[in-house]
Write a protein of this length. Structure first.
Length: 457
């Protein structure tokens, strides 16, 4: 596809990078030449200097026959204007990044129709939903649903007490209806005798093993996947309270969602005016005007007794520092909001096991909507080292009627058909299964194979 991305900030550049890696033709637009120069050092994309509000620029770019324009600046109004003008000029599909959640609410007004936007992407709201899913699935690192909720992906960290690491996966006798999709494992790479904390992603097969501290991603039927914590001996505790440091937009969206779940929520924010605004719109939450990195204050608030701590200021370094402080105070369930993806491995080395990013959450949504035809939805994991895709099988697909045992050897080792949904029935994709036209298939794959999916299925 030919895609125009307007805005070379952190979000726009990240989206352009992912789309380019998926072998799309990308043109990155920004009014700041220095931003484009910086992006050109690590992105394989074309660039144009200009603003999304310049209709003549959009008109000249339309001569490239683009399939999609993504307005990805930090300004909601500019993004809406860009999409509206692009539609009037004939662009077939438009997508706008939106920060204000009111514009995502279509209960009274259809802003998509008003501004000619086909898809809205709200990074701060998406990441808030990701945190809530993590809260409502205790002891899980990541949770995502497929096939209209019939299939769930769930990632856990294997506890140190796991004693079956000597057995290959084929002999583990996992709960029926579950398949292991991915394993992330720390490598043995060291420098001066100190672990570098680097991790590798494994696409597991029957002879692989699960070791303590592995991060393992399972896919399975919803009822079956809920047994996985018991299988690994991981205790489960319902969430009743949350403590949030920072009054950012993500923190606000998260608190709104937690109020809907009747979860006791406290927000600490050092800016008084922001506290006052939050207090007006979050009547069920407790808003405290204080520095969230004051360790004595955190002690006095008994942060260790809360069911979850979330560091959600607008500064990555502050979020990491606050997370480390509360871990020292005894809080084990910590979520740190990190925009810079380079900090995620550092956070993991420091013991902050759950990090979230508005940009990464939104990127998965963008990629899922870029694909068309057979591909329905997609989740990108481990900095785009693996992708989970839900595919609708075409009537003329070459895989129809062939047992998976015969198809398996034809696929690369980093490609796995995990689940098949046929007429409302969800099935593990074992060797005897046969794919039929109209089935929904869950696939786990390296990103390099994604462009082939349209032709295969």
């Amino acid at each position: 596809m030919k895609i125009i991305v307007v805005g070379a900030g952190t979000f726009g550049s990240y989206i352009a990078k992912l789309l380019s890696e998926e072998e799309h033709d990308v043109v990155l637009v920004d009014k700041e030449p220095l931003r484009l120069q910086a992006a050109a050092e690590y992105l394989d994309v074309s660039s144009r200097v200009g603003s999304g509000s310049d209709w003549q620029l959009l008109d000249s770019l339309f001569e490239l026959s683009p399939d999609l324009i993504i307005a990805a600046t930090d300004n909601d109004e500019l993004n809406l204007v860009t999409c509206s003008m692009a539609k009037q000029l004939g662009y077939p599909k438009t997508m706008a990044r939106i920060r204000d959640s009111k514009l995502l609410n279509r209960s009274r007004l259809d802003f998509g129709r008003i501004f000619d936007v086909d898809d809205f992407i709200g990074p701060e709201l998406l990441v808030a939903h990701d945190i809530v899913k993590y809260m409502l699935s205790p002891s899980s690192v990541f949770v995502e649903n497929f096939a209209h909720g019939a299939v769930q992906l769930r990632t856990i960290i294997v506890p140190d007490k796991w004693r079956r690491g000597d057995k290959p996966i084929a002999e583990l006798r996992l709960p029926e209806g579950i398949i292991i999709g991915l394993i992330q494992r720390e490598t043995d790479e060291r420098r001066a005798g100190i672990s570098l904390g680097k991790k590798k992603v494994i696409f597991p097969h029957g002879n692989d093993r699960i070791l303590p501290r592995d991060e393992v991603t399972f896919i399975g039927e919803l009822k079956a996947i809920q047994e996985i914590h018991h299988f690994f001996g991981i205790p489960s505790k319902p969430m009743k309270s949350a403590f949030i440091v920072g009054g950012s937009l993500t923190a606000f969206n998260l608190a709104k969602l937690l109020e809907m779940q009747n979860i006791e929520t406290t927000i600490i924010e050092k800016d008084f005016e922001r506290c006052a605004r939050l207090a007006e719109v979050l009547p069920q939450s407790t808003i405290i005007n204080h520095d969230g990195t004051d360790v004595n204050f955190l002690k006095s608030e008994k942060v260790a007794s809360k069911d979850l701590f979330v560091a959600a200021t607008g500064v990555d370094e502050v979020n990491m520092m606050a997370s480390l402080m509360v871990k020292e105070l005894g809080q084990e369930r910590v979520v740190s909001l990190l925009t810079n993806s380079g900090y995620r491995s550092i956070a993991s080395q420091l013991g902050i096991n759950h990090t979230v990013s508005p940009i990464v959450s939104a990127a998965s949504q963008v990629l899922s909507r870029v694909f068309s035809g057979t591909v329905r939805s997609l989740v990108s994991l481990y900095d785009n080292q693996a992708e989970i895709i839900e595919i609708n099988v075409r009537n003329d697909s070459p895989v129809i009627g062939v047992p998976l045992s015969e198809l398996g050897p034809l696929f690369p080792s980093d490609f796995l058909i995990a689940m098949i949904q046929n007429r409302g029935r969800t099935m593990i994709a074992n060797g005897s299964r046969i794919i039929s036209a109209g089935d929904s298939v869950i696939v786990i794959t390296s990103p390099k194979h994604v462009p082939e999916m349209q032709g295969i299925f």
